[in-house]
Design a protein around this ligand. Structure first.
Ligand code: UGA
Length: 446
């Protein structure tokens, strides 16, 4: 059992804190927002994440505590995780929260007699732990890193919607530290995860592993989309069939011991679509590009990944254009608003540029999403976008239907269109519908 404090109770901090508490550790989750702290102490997660509420109910008040007092929490723990946000400010990564929390931790360390490990978990560009966090901690504490305290870096690999399962059943554990004591503390903390590959390295490498992992996913998505767009342009090639062929290679679908084939999950990032979004992939790739360029290292490949992704939502507008010479007063329905299924998160969702482009062209818009409607309301007014309660209500009366998010229930869309609205054009932004089911079907890469 270790005594842990976690600075920042966002998505990563709270999931990490709750999971570590469920493993029996004593965890203090710290945030500057007292409202959040009250919610957490009442076992109400401030955001939706599968299984988080029941984890909080089991641990809160027993060995998980939420507080606004960072100073006390540092004195009362042996290791502190930094899990504050690292947004992209339009030009580069914004380290303001990381710096601020480092100042507070440094001031607390001044009053702390024993050794303490400070571990960065936020996604930060390579060099941040050593060159930003460490000097602030030394300055504010008056102490020496490597002797009085240690700095570590332990990136997270949590996918929204399955973050708790990801934490409990990790594919890898990356531990970055520049001296033995902190590495030992981190190794002890993760000793419960038997059989998981552990990569022990320095902080800069740990930071880079996180970016290299996310950039690879983004790269594959834009690659698949570039190929898909070429398929469309050349004609008589369907990108879905092309990708099926690509996925069947032994590289992507290896043979198992009994001779059967399995498809590697990475293949799910190689599909034609209207682009990637979310709070991580776009921001991380942009931050890595900016960091590379700042250090005189051009990043042409990743720049192209972002550029392809910026254009990709416009493919659905082009496909609508095959059926409507003008979109003025054309009734279009958007199916799916969140950046991916099973979340209400609309950050950087391709739905946003698609809706904007349709509004500019004078279309009359309805939308349906199982859970993200309230998020869309923050971005678009009711006279711009009317939100439907059901899939049926969304489809009835539409001239065109644009499928943006791969929600499972959208499998029934062809059936509903055939029954209620056979003249409607379906533009499939995720290629999840069998094209043979509808006569007026358009899809990315078709
Ligand atoms: C991503 C990574 O998958 C996690 O491994 C990582 O830990 C996390 O970011 C993070 O940095 O914290 P997440 O942002 O939850 O996780 O999103 P993904 O499930 O990876 O989906 C990304 C986007 O790509 C979605 O918008 C999805 O619709 C899109 N996508 C996916 C495509 O456009 N095409 C595809 O072929 C596959």
């Amino acid at each position: 059992m270790m005594r842990i404090s976690v600075a920042g109770t966002g998505y990563v901090g709270l999931v990490t804190g709750a999971c570590l508490a469920s493993q029996g550790h004593h965890v203090l989750c710290v945030d500057t927002d007292p409202k959040k702290i009250d919610e957490i102490n009442a076992a109400r997660p401030p955001f939706y994440e599968t299984g988080l509420k029941s984890l909080l109910e089991k641990t809160i008040g027993k060995n998980l505590f939420a507080t606004t007092n960072l100073h006390e929490s540092i004195l009362d723990s042996e290791i502190t995780f930094i899990t504050v946000g690292t947004p992209f400010d339009g030009k580069e990564i914004d380290l303001a929260y990381v710096k601020e929390v480092s100042v507070q931790i440094g001031l607390a360390l001044k009053d702390k007699p024993g050794y303490h490990a400070v571990v960065v978990k936020s996604t930060v560009v390579p060099g941040t732990s050593d060159e930003v966090v460490l000097p602030i901690l030394e300055e504010k504490s008056g102490k020496t890193a490597g002797r009085d305290f240690g700095v570590g870096m332990n990136p997270e690999f949590l996918t929204e919607g399955q973050a708790i399962a990801d934490f409990m059943n990790p594919d890898r554990i990356v531990l970055g530290a520049n001296e033995e004591k902190t590495m030992e503390i981190l190794s002890n903390l993760y000793s419960a995860f038997e059989g998981v590959p552990i990569i022990r390295t320095n902080c800069r490498t740990a930071e880079m592993i996180k970016y290299a992992s996310n950039a690879l996913l983004a790269l594959q998505i834009s690659y698949a989309n570039e190929i898909a767009n070429l398929c469309s342009a050349l004609g008589s090639i369907d990108a879905v069939d092309v990708m099926k062929g690509v996925h069947s290679s032994y590289y992507l679908s290896p043979k198992t011991g009994d001779g059967s084939r399995i498809t590697a999950p990475i293949a799910s990032f190689l599909e034609a679509g209207c682009g990637f979004g979310g709070s991580c992939l776009p921001k991380d790739v942009k931050a890595l590009i900016a960091h590379g360029e700042k250090h005189g290292n051009a990043m042409p490949l990743l720049n192209a990944v972002i550029e392809t992704n910026r254009r990709q939502p416009m493919e659905v507008i082009r496909l609508l254009g095959k059926h409507f010479s003008s979109l003025m007063n054309v009734r279009i329905t958007i199916l799916g608003l969140s950046f991916k299924p099973d979340t209400d998160d609309m950050r950087e969702s391709p739905a946003i540029p698609i809706i904007q482009a349709l509004l500019e062209r004078g279309a009359i818009l309805k939308a349906y999403d199982p859970v993200a409607g309230h998020e869309a309301r923050k971005l678009f007014q009711s006279d711009q976008l009317s939100l439907c309660e059901t899939l049926e209500e969304a489809i009835v009366g539409a001239d065109g239907v644009v499928l943006v998010t791969r929600w499972g229930q959208f499998r029934y869309v062809p059936e509903l269109i055939t029954k209620m609205n056979p003249c409607a054009v379906l533009v499939d932004g995720r290629r999840m519908i069998d094209k043979r089911l509808l006569s007026r079907y358009e899809g990315i890469g078709l």
